[in-house]
Design a protein around this ligand. Structure first.
Ligand code: AMP
Length: 214
């Protein structure tokens, strides 16, 4: 199955993608994770990406498209994939559609704006293992310290309030057209992302089963 998860920043794409990866055994590709790893390793790509990410802007399409298409051509994606954070513009969606491994099902996580802001501004990530915490729903046992590896927790630069505002604005301007694009192609399934994590996952699995039975 070739799946893409769409949704605003903070809609829970990453969480659901990981749960789906475990359940379906498909490769999970998060462009945000790839770019954060390149920033951390101070690679040439990372240097370029950081400027855009810190400002809540999208990285230019040609860079992202090349990276993702190259990744999808690898053998481990032949059984399918879960894309998380791609495509984010109509150009990216069209580029993916032009390959022989275009997406079959697009899950769109719908979450109200006020809830997104609440979620994004309360997040902290472990600097060592990348584990994500939320100060209201999944706080670490000890403030500022990762439960998994004892690493230090930090608010992501792009989760600072001004940047969050910008990221939501960019989502509406550039990514909502992608939602329309897939809706017109009848590949889009709306998922209520404003429920408990397990409930969202249950809804997603139900929808995927329904699609497979078609
Ligand atoms: P995310 O963790 O998916 O919210 O991504 C974090 C940041 O990485 C975004 O705010 C963008 O700057 C960049 N990024 C991730 N995926 C893409 C994409 N498909 N196109 C452009 N920029 C992206």
């Amino acid at each position: 199955m070739r799946i893409a998860l769409l949704g605003a920043p903070g809609s829970g794409k990453g969480t659901q993608a990981l749960m789906l990866q475990k359940r379906l055994g498909l490769i999970h590709i998060s462009t945000g994770d790839i770019f954060r790893a390149s920033v951390k390793s101070q690679s040439v790509l990372g240097e370029k990406a950081k400027t855009y990410m810190d400002q809540g802007e999208l990285i230019p399409d040609p860079i992202v498209v090349e990276l993702v298409i190259e990744r999808l051509q690898k053998l481990d994606c032949q059984k399918g994939y879960i894309l998380d954070g791609f495509p984010r513009t109509k150009t990216q969606a069209e580029a993916l559609e032009d390959t022989e491994f275009g997406v079959e099902i697009v899950l769109c996580l719908d979450v109200p704006d006020e809830e997104l802001v609440k979620r994004l501004t309360g997040r902290q990530t472990c600097l060592t293992c990348g584990h994500l915490y939320h100060m209201t729903s999944s706080a670490p046992k000890q403030a500022g310290v990762c439960d998994q590896c004892q690493g230090l927790l930090k608010i992501r630069d792009d989760d600072l309030p001004d940047v969050v505002k910008k990221r939501l604005e960019v989502y509406k301007r550039l990514t909502l057209p992608v939602v329309t694009f897939y809706r017109e192609k009848k590949k889009l399934i709306d998922i209520n992302g404003h429920q408990e994590i397990d409930q969202i996952f249950h809804e997603i699995l139900q929808e995927l089963t329904r699609e497979q039975l078609k």
